[in-house]
Design a protein around this ligand. Structure first.
Ligand SMILES: [Zn+2]
Length: 270
C-alpha cells in the first residue's frame, strides 16, 4: 500500500473504509490542535452481539510509527474477507486508529507539544489526547487490548504481552504464525532493557515497579490496572517495507482473535 503522510487524509480514508465495512458508530472524542491544523481523535465501534467479548484496538500513539494506522486502514479495507468477517462476527470492537495526529504530521514519537503520550497514563493532568482516551476508557473493561507500534532500531518483530496467571499466553501462537509467513523475529535475550524469549517480553517480570513510577505509565499498563486482563503490544521493525509491517500487524490481530474466540472459517492469514 502507498504510504500517506497527511494525518487528515489518512483519517478520512480510515473513516470511509470503516463506513463501508459497516461500523455502527464513528465518534469524534475531541479536536487535536497543532500549528494551525486540527484533526479529531476518532473512535470507531463495531458491534455484534452484546454477550460477545469486547476488544480494544489502537494505533498511532507514537507519530513516527506510521505502520499502525496504515494497518488499521488495510484491515478495514479487507473487513469482508471470510477469515476477518468470521472473527468480527464474534467480537465487539472499539478502535482508535490514530491517537497522535500531530506527531504523525511531524513524524515525531511525541505529540506536537513534545510529549510522549504513551507515558501520560498515570498523570492527573495528562496531555489532551490522553485525557480524551482516559475519559472514554476509565470504566470500560475489555477481554483484550491490542496496540500496534513500531521500533525504529529493531531488526525483527517482537511483542509485549500481559496476561493473567491462570491462563496461557497468546504470544507464542503469534510468533509461530509470523515465522511461518517468513517474517524475522527479534530473538535477543534482552529487549528494551527487559528479559525476552523468542521475541516475547512479559512486562513486569524483571522490571521493578519503580520503573513505571519514574517513567510514567504506558497505555497498556493503564488498561491492565483498570481491569483489562490481557494486553498485547506489537512492535514491527520500521526498517522493513511498509507492506510487510502492515501484514505483521494484521497477523498479530487475527491470531490474537483466533486464540480468544477459537478458529472459524478460512485459516488463510491476511
Ligand atoms: Zn511506539
Amino acid at each position: 500500500m502507498e504510504q500517506i503522510h497527511d494525518p487528515a487524509v489518512l483519517l478520512n480514508e480510515i473513516i470511509s473504509a470503516a463506513e463501508k465495512a459497516g461500523a455502527q458508530k464513528i465518534r469524534k472524542l475531541g479536536p487535536v490542535h497543532w500549528d494551525n491544523k486540527e484533526v479529531p481523535l476518532v473512535k470507531i465501534l463495531f458491534r455484534s452481539r452484546p454477550e460477545n467479548p469486547r476488544i480494544l484496538l489502537s494505533a498511532g500513539i507514537h507519530g513516527d510509527e506510521p505502520a499502525g494506522p496504515h494497518s488499521i486502514l488495510s484491515l478495514l479495507q479487507r473487513w469482508n474477507d471470510p477469515l476477518l468477517s468470521s472473527l468480527l462476527s464474534r467480537i465487539n470492537l472499539d478502535l482508535f486508529p490514530l491517537i497522535n495526529p500531530g506527531g504523525f504530521a511531524k513524524k515525531t514519537r511525541q505529540n506536537a507539544n513534545g510529549i510522549d503520550l504513551n507515558r501520560e497514563f498515570a498523570k492527573g493532568h495528562p496531555a489532551q489526547e490522553v485525557r480524551y482516551l482516559m475519559d472514554d476508557l476509565r470504566y470500560r473493561e475489555y477481554a483484550i487490548s491490542v496496540e500496534f507500534h513500531e521500533d525504529i532500531d529493531a531488526r525483527g518483530f517482537y511483542l509485549y504481552e500481559h496476561f493473567p496467571e491462570y491462563t496461557r499466553p497468546f504470544a507464542p501462537a503469534i510468533i509461530k504464525r509470523l515465522e511461518e509467513e517468513g517474517f524475522t523475529i527479534l530473538k535477543d535475550p534482552v529487549i528494551e532493557g527487559m528479559p525476552a524469549e523468542n521475541g516475547i517480553i512479559h512486562p513486569g517480570r524483571g522490571r521493578k515497579k519503580s520503573h513505571f513510577r519514574r517513567h510514567g505509565w504506558p497505555k497498556a499498563i493503564y488498561m491492565f490496572r483498570h481491569g483489562t486482563p490481557r494486553t498485547i503490544t506489537a512492535e514491527t521493525p520500521t526498517m522493513v517495507p511498509l507492506d510487510d509491517r502492515v501484514r505483521m500487524h494484521g497477523i498479530t490481530l487475527v491470531t490474537a482473535l483466533e486464540e480468544l474466540c477459537g478458529r472459524g472459517g478460512s485459516t488463510t492469514p491476511p
